[in-house]
Design a protein around this ligand. Sequence first.
Ligand code: KG4
Ligand code: ZN
Length: 330
Amino acid sequence: MTNPLLKSTSTILGIESSCDDTSASVIQNGEIRSNIISSQEIHRKYGGVVPELASRAHQSHIIPVINEALETAKVSKKDLDAIAVTQGPGLMGSLIVGLNTAKGLAMSLGIPLIGVNHLRAHVSALQIENKIEYPMLCLLVSGGHTQLILQHNENDAEIMGSTIDDAVGEAFDKGSKIMGLGYPGGPVIAKLAEKGNRDFHTFPDSQTKDLDFSFSGIKTSLLYWLRKELEINSEFLNEYREDICASYEKSLVNMLLKRVKKALKIHNVKSLGLVGGVSANRLLRNEMKEMGNRHNLQVYIPSFEYCTDNAAMIAKAGEQNHTPELNLYL
Ligand code: KG4
Ligand code: ZN
């Protein structure tokens, strides 16, 4: 479905600034022409995103990032038909930078401003490269959210399960912090896990009702187990770092897959989707593909550049307009 605000052919600038990535993208008649992402290195030394620093970094990055997105796409501001911007959820100080920049630009150009839901945009990322077969069961895994979504069609979705505490991305990030490995934790743990033994240790899954998730227990379990082992051998972490990462990653992936498997027993779907920053995880990507094969389902997973936060997914969602109630008419 195309956004009724737009002509059948359209050029949209997407802007994303909900957390610590400043991104701008141009989509033209359904095709991504540029997707510029500027990641903020400053948070690494703090082991997590510092909201005030994120907001300040967005302020200095946003105009150069937008200009680069336009230049790469070879379009000028006057070629734009609309601007799509992340309206939420996210860090307020970060969101405001993208929203105000987008609003000022849209007003000066006299074009519509489309507010986009960040989570819905992660799902829209799948449509950049695929024509989806519905109904689709989509696992959304990011730094702030973990959801199992039953997508009946492009516009109609139901949330079947959510985390009751931490998101799975947070479990990667906090686990990494406990091990002193840095931020963001997911890619660091995944890299070390490649050389480790996944069966070195099994972390217990939390009991949750229905299709809900819980990830706060596994992080605490890692902390206490490491403390205990370090009392016996102070070099435990240095000696077994790769094995610990591999076991932690495997346990997190299994916790996700268990719920997907359970959902597939309840809901009859034609395809499986995997979106959000944690969908960049190779083990999870492979396991989802295998699950799809076993159930004879099509599996959609975005290319790496559309997994973690990016403005291409915002531009795509703006083009489709899934969330008309968020539209900000000028
Ligand atoms: O979607 P995203 O970019 O931002 C949010 O909307 O939260 O997701 C960021 C999350 C972080 O927790 C990061 O550690 C995780 O995605 N992540 C990964 C990998 N790459 C990023 N987690 C596991 N394996 C990865 N390869
Ligand atoms: Zn995200």
